[in-house]
Design a protein around this ligand. Sequence first.
Ligand code: SF4
Ligand code: SF4
Length: 280
Amino acid sequence: MKKPSIKTWRRALQIGVAVAFILIPLLNHFRINYFTGNFLAFYAAGLPLVDPLAVLQITLKNYYLSVDLLVGAGIALGLAAALGTVFCSWVCPFGLLSEWGQSLSGRLLPRADKGMSVKGRGFRIKIILFGLGLAGFLLFSTTPVLNQLSLPAWYSRIFQFYFEQRHISLAILFLLAILLVEFAARQRLWCRYICPQSFLLIAAKLINPSRLKIGFQQDKCLSNKAMSPCQKACSLSLDPKTLGESVDTECTNCGDCVVACKRMGRALGFQFGLRYRNSD
Ligand code: SF4
Ligand code: SF4
């Protein structure tokens, strides 16, 4: 029997998480509370998992950091420091919807329509938005502004609102509008250029240069096409062969390029360590 690929495992986990965050509020409605919360703060049988950005905002405003928040945010940041932004590619339900939108646009839109041409690094724009959002919150607001832009949180809160309060949140329209824009643009614009939730995770991964990453060995690469299969496989429109050439802020270690490269010489692979494999 054929072994499932990394992509199969990844999809299974993504879909499992997306379904779990529909079922959890339903179970909570019937007072089954082993798991509670959403993507801002979640408790799994007593273990806290908290969005580091939410913790940062609360701590800066209240000058107070509880043990729960410290542990919850520490788990998320520690995972990013060791494995990169795998939350985005293996867990986040909006990431899953955005990937599906991207794949659907490739199938449904005419080939001649190349979509929006986007250049440059999304992280720079994220830094600006993150700074503006944080300053706005600290100076003018009591509501953590950046939490309102958390699409994984809105995904989970939509079901919380529905099952706990019988209320259909208009945030559905916000999510659909973003997916529609991404579909037309044929680019995952939110995840690459806007999402503030990924900002601290990216910062945490950059702290550890020995983290899990994608390595490339030029001498093994069999592709001679302008657009290689690994590039086509990347839903974030990155070139996996050049990740080691600059500070890698955008790769989420999804592994789709590694799967695509299996028949092209296995030049791409996961690696830990300080140096990218091609720089040996
Ligand atoms: S960038 Fe944001 S919305 Fe996109 S997958 Fe990561 S956490 Fe989710
Ligand atoms: S470069 Fe590869 S591992 Fe990184 S996001 Fe793109 S496909 Fe995924």
